[in-house]
Design a protein around this ligand. Structure first.
Ligand SMILES: [Zn+2]
Length: 376
């Protein structure tokens, strides 16, 4: 059975489904919309042979679909992880309508990651239609608030991932379609500097400048950068002081920290948390800490990539690998020690940008790859 040819023959139907999904706008944190989308998808996954449940949460419902778990599958389930929400507000379609042009399909959320959702149910449906034996069952989880940091769905992602022995994350791939075997972790801090206010003309010596102290802290924080090692510390926002003629009583900064490994994170976080005030009379109050652990390239995740690369090669396409600075839900599953392969979405470009699109020709082979993940 030539699976790629099978899906090429279904391309018109695939695009029609994709259009319907893109035109169902589902902005992140819009609980009504994302829940309605989960409801809309339920019969589609059910018709493709999955057992579906919706899991309510404070930012909307997430969809959980099981497939092949009743079959005489020889192994524990894998997870296919994705999200229903997009960064686009309702009404975006009027200026960014779904359209196909120059072998690309455009539309809000098409690359990140509605095209992946279509491929998931298409793959299940194909396994049923072609009566292929399922060798590895799957638990599909589509969450509702990934784009805002998975506030309400992180626990669900972790709970479901623990029931699986591997996780495939269907976020957009790197340029050219490469999978992501590494993602940076993120720590966030707020630094508040307390000083002592005084009149800048009458008695400045009785003050303690929070602005001066903050300036020194910024120098120290930026000195922690090690670009070559992929370790970054960025003071992105500052504020402070109350008037030109006042020695500043307060100042604050927002700090973004990124790293490839937990070892780097532990080291740099300790350095940041050890920083002390140097201007007499000022003191520091630091809040924050680890936000997302990194998705590290472990021997297990490298093995998972290699297996998947081989399946793609059998289908006639090259699945390369690479690293990304941004985080995803894959960071959470990887931190649990579950081999995780990310960036398995459809090739394209423009996530979160007005030219967001996918390459239509990539759809059939990606769908075929999902079938191979199920059937071995
Ligand atoms: Zn995404």
């Amino acid at each position: 059975m030539n699976l790629v040819a099978y899906f090429q023959a279904r391309q018109a139907a695939l695009l029609q489904d994709l259009r319907a999904l893109v035109e169902f706008e589902s902005p992140t944190l819009d609980a009504v919309r994302t829940s309605a989308l989960a409801e809309w998808l339920r019969p589609r996954f059910a018709a493709a042979g999955a057992t579906v449940q919706l899991v309510p949460g404070e930012n909307g419902a997430s969809l959980l679909a099981e497939f092949g778990t009743d079959a005489a599958a020889e192994s524990s389930p894998m997870m296919w992880l994705g999200h229903l929400d997009t960064v686009w507000p309702v009404g975006t379609l009027s200026r960014m309508p779904f359209r196909c042009e120059n072998e690309c399909a455009f539309g809000p959320g098409i690359f990140d990651m509605k095209s992946s959702i279509v491929l998931m149910w298409e793959a299940l449906a194909a396994v049923c239609a072609l009566q292929l034996p399922v060798r590895r069952p799957v638990r599909i989880l589509l969450t509702c608030d990934e784009e805002t940091g998975s506030a309400s769905s992180r626990a669900l992602v972790e709970r479901e991932a623990r029931r699986c022995d591997r996780v495939y994350v269907f976020e957009p791939p790197l340029p050219g379609g490469a999978a992501k075997t590494q993602r940076k972790g993120i720590a966030n801090y707020d630094l508040l500097v307390h000083g002592v206010e005084a009149h800048a003309g009458l008695e400045p010596e009785n003050g303690a400048s929070a602005v001066l102290e903050l300036a020194r802290q910024i120098e120290q924080l930026h000195a922690l950068n090690d670009y070559a090692a992929g370790l970054t510390v960025n003071v992105g926002v500052i504020s402070g002081g109350s008037g030109r003629n006042v020695v500043a009583g307060q100042a604050r900064a927002e700090i973004d920290v990124r790293f490839w490994t937990m070892a780097q994170a532990t080291r740099v976080m300790a350095q940041i948390e050890r920083l002390g005030a140097t201007v007499p009379g000022t003191r520091l109050a630091l809040t924050g800490g680890l936000d997302r652990p990194p998705l590290e390239r472990t021997p297990q995740s490298a093995g998972l990539y290699e297996q998947t690369r081989q399946l793609a090669a059998d289908l006639g396409f090259v699945l390369a690998e690479g690293a990304a600075g941004g985080g995803s839900d894959g960071n959470f599953t990887s931190a649990l020690g579950i081999p995780t392969l990310d960036g398995l979405g459809v090739a394209g470009a423009g996530a979160h940008a007005t030219h967001e699109h996918i390459l239509i020709a990539d759809l059939p082979r990606r769908a075929a790859l999902l079938v191979r993940l199920l059937t071995g």
